[in-house]
Design a protein. Structure first.
Length: 228
């Protein structure tokens, strides 16, 4: 299997808020490799930096030191515009909160990443329709996000994340706001889509049962990832 994602000796230090205070070093010498077809769970205590790590991997933030590579792209050297193109092209990102656009239909929300990069509307909506079928929401295409249940909203956000055919899936507590039964269905869907699309996936979760069902489980502790 080829390595899709590499993080090398990452460090992230936040400057102090007041003069004379100590800065916060969140990561130190943190490294990670994720291969195509591999699903890696990242667990850890609240405040350990799990979401911040995903932000570095997605070029939503820059490390103080170290490198992030996605395939042959050195993510940490991208300009803001290049980083936006990288996220649209290479990454599917699923947040704990769905961030669906309330003024658009479910179909339009799923198509939005394609429309945002300039694809024609008709084929983009057709592709979004195929994804709605895959995530079990074929009959909800004309509904707005506020008319959907929490589980439906998250399935919709998964379809939106994967419509661009990314190589890398990053998910930040994708089941954190869902009840037990709905969380199980959403996580199973994520696993199925991960396998079907041959993704490299990094899943941040507090749910240890779900974490154990991934190929590897890593714990973020004292600024480094260790096998759990």
């Amino acid at each position: 299997m080829s390595i899709v994602l590499r993080a090398i000796n990452l460090e992230k230090t936040y400057a102090p808020l007041t003069a004379g205070a100590a800065g916060l070093r969140l990561f130190h010498d943190l490294s990670l490799e994720v291969a195509s077809g591999e699903m890696v769970a990242v667990v850890g205590e609240s405040g350990a930096g799990k979401s911040s790590l995903l932000h570095l991997l997605a070029a939503l933030d820059r490390p103080t030191a170290g490198e992030v590579w996605c395939g042959s792209t050195q993510v940490t050297r991208l300009t803001a515009r290049q980083a936006g193109e990288y996220r649209n092209r290479e990454i599917g990102y699923v947040w704990q909160f769905h961030y669906l656009l309330p003024e658009f239909s479910a179909l339009e929300n799923v198509a939005m990443p394609l429309l945002a990069r300039g694809d024609r509307r008709k084929p983009a909506l057709e592709e979004a329709g195929r994804w709605l079928i895959r995530v079990g929401l074929a009959d909800r295409g004309e509904h707005r996000s506020g008319e959907l249940s929490g589980g439906e909203q998250q399935r919709l956000s998964i379809a939106r994340a994967l419509i661009t055919k990314p190589k890398l899936l990053l998910a930040d507590e994708p089941t954190g706001d869902l009840d037990t039964g709905t969380a199980e269905r959403v996580f199973t869907l994520l696993q199925d889509l991960h396998r079907e699309n041959g993704l490299a996936s990094v899943i941040v979760t507090h749910n240890l049962e779900f974490a154990h069902r991934c190929d590897r489980m890593l714990r973020l502790r004292e600024g480094k990832l260790i096998a759990a």
